[in-house]
Design a binder for this molecule. Structure first.
Ligand code: ZN
Length: 293
C-alpha cells in the first residue's frame, strides 16, 4: 500500500515536472505561430485589395462604383488636399485671406478665400490671335501664353464647326481690380461690393488664365448674361471647352461652393487633364481640390 502511494506521488511529480517544462515552450510556439500568421495576414490584405482595385479599375474603365475604388478616391482627395495646402504662402492678418504661393501655375486656384499675392502680374502675357470684343491694345485682350495658345485652338475648332466666338475680357491687373472694388464699396457699400465684385487679388482675371467669351452673332443681347448659355456659342462652349483645357469656372447651381453666380461665359484654363475630370464629374474647381477654402 505504501509502495503504491509512493509510486503514485512519484508519477504525479514526474507529470507535473513534464507539464511545467512543456507548457512554456508550447505557449511560445503558439505565440510565435500566431504572430507569424498575423503578420502574413497583415501583409496579404493590402496586396489583395490593391490587386482587386486594379482589376476592377481595368474592368470598369475607371468608373468608381465599387467600394475599393471609392476608398482609393478618398485617398486621392486627401492627397489633393495636402497638395493644395502646400500652395498657401501665408494668411493675411488684415483680411483673413489665404495667399497662394503658385500664382503662375495653370493649377492655381483663387476664390473669395484665396488670393494672389498683392500686386502680382503674370509672366508671358500675350494677345491670342482670335476675334476680340475690346479695342486694339486693351490689356483685356491678354492671357498667359499657355492659355492663349489653348484659346486659339478652341476658337479655331469652334469656327470649323460654324460657331462664332468673341473674346471679351481676359487679363485684369491688380490695380484695375482695386479701382473696381473700391469704387463699388464707395458707391454701394462694403456688403454689396463683396457680393458682386472681387477684392483685388481674388479675381481669376488677374491670373491671366481666364477669359470671358461671347457669341459672335448674338453679342449685344447675351454679353456677360446667363442667357449666353442658350446661344449656340454658349452651348458649344459648355460641351467642348474641356477638350482645350478650359472649365466653366462658375457653373449653374454651385454658387454656394464657388461664391459666384452662374457665369456660362467665364472660362478658365487649368490644363486638359483637370478640365476633363471636372467636366466628367460635373464638379467645381473647389470640389476638385477638396473645398476647404
Ligand atoms: Zn470673367
Amino acid at each position: 500500500m505504501q509502495k503504491i502511494y509512493i509510486a503514485s506521488i512519484f508519477l504525479i511529480g514526474l507529470f507535473l515536472t513534464a507539464c511545467q517544462q512543456g507548457d512554456p515552450n508550447t505557449n511560445i510556439d503558439e505565440k510565435e505561430q500566431t504572430t507569424q500568421q498575423e503578420q502574413q495576414a497583415d501583409q496579404s490584405v493590402p496586396k489583395k485589395e490593391t490587386a482587386k482595385t486594379e482589376e476592377q479599375d481595368n474592368a470598369s474603365d475607371g468608373s468608381n462604383d465599387n467600394e475599393s475604388a471609392k476608398a482609393d478616391d478618398s485617398t486621392n482627395e486627401e492627397d489633393k488636399q495636402k497638395e493644395i495646402d502646400k500652395h498657401i504662402a501665408k494668411v493675411e492678418k488684415s483680411t483673413g485671406l489665404h495667399v497662394v504661393d503658385n500664382p503662375e501655375s495653370p493649377e492655381v486656384y483663387v476664390n473669395k478665400q484665396r488670393t494672389l499675392p498683392e500686386g502680382y502680374v503674370p509672366p508671358n502675357l500675350v494677345v491670342p490671335d482670335v476675334s476680340h470684343y475690346s479695342s486694339e491694345g486693351s490689356p483685356k485682350r491678354q492671357l498667359q501664353k499657355v492659355a492663349a495658345d489653348a484659346l486659339e485652338q478652341l476658337f479655331a475648332e469652334a469656327d470649323q464647326q460654324g460657331i462664332g466666338l468673341v473674346a471679351v475680357s481676359g487679363y485684369r491687373s491688380y490695380e484695375r481690380q482695386k479701382q473696381i472694388y473700391e469704387s463699388a464699396v464707395a458707391n454701394k457699400g462694403q456688403e454689396h461690393a463683396d457680393k458682386f465684385s472681387a477684392r483685388p487679388g481674388t479675381s481669376e482675371h488677374q491670373t491671366g488664365l481666364a477669359m470671358d467669351v461671347a457669341s459672335a452673332t448674338e453679342t449685344a443681347a447675351t454679353l456677360l448674361e446667363q442667357s449666353f448659355k442658350q446661344t449656340d456659342a454658349g452651348a458649344w462652349l459648355a460641351e467642348n471647352a474641356h477638350n482645350f483645357g478650359f472649365i466653366i469656372r462658375y457653373p449653374e447651381g454651385k454658387n454656394e461652393i464657388t461664391g459666384y453666380n452662374y457665369e456660362p461665359w467665364h472660362i478658365r484654363y487649368v490644363g486638359k487633364e483637370i478640365a476633363t475630370e471636372i467636366y466628367n464629374k460635373d464638379i467645381t474647381l473647389e470640389e476638385y481640390f477638396g473645398y476647404d477654402y
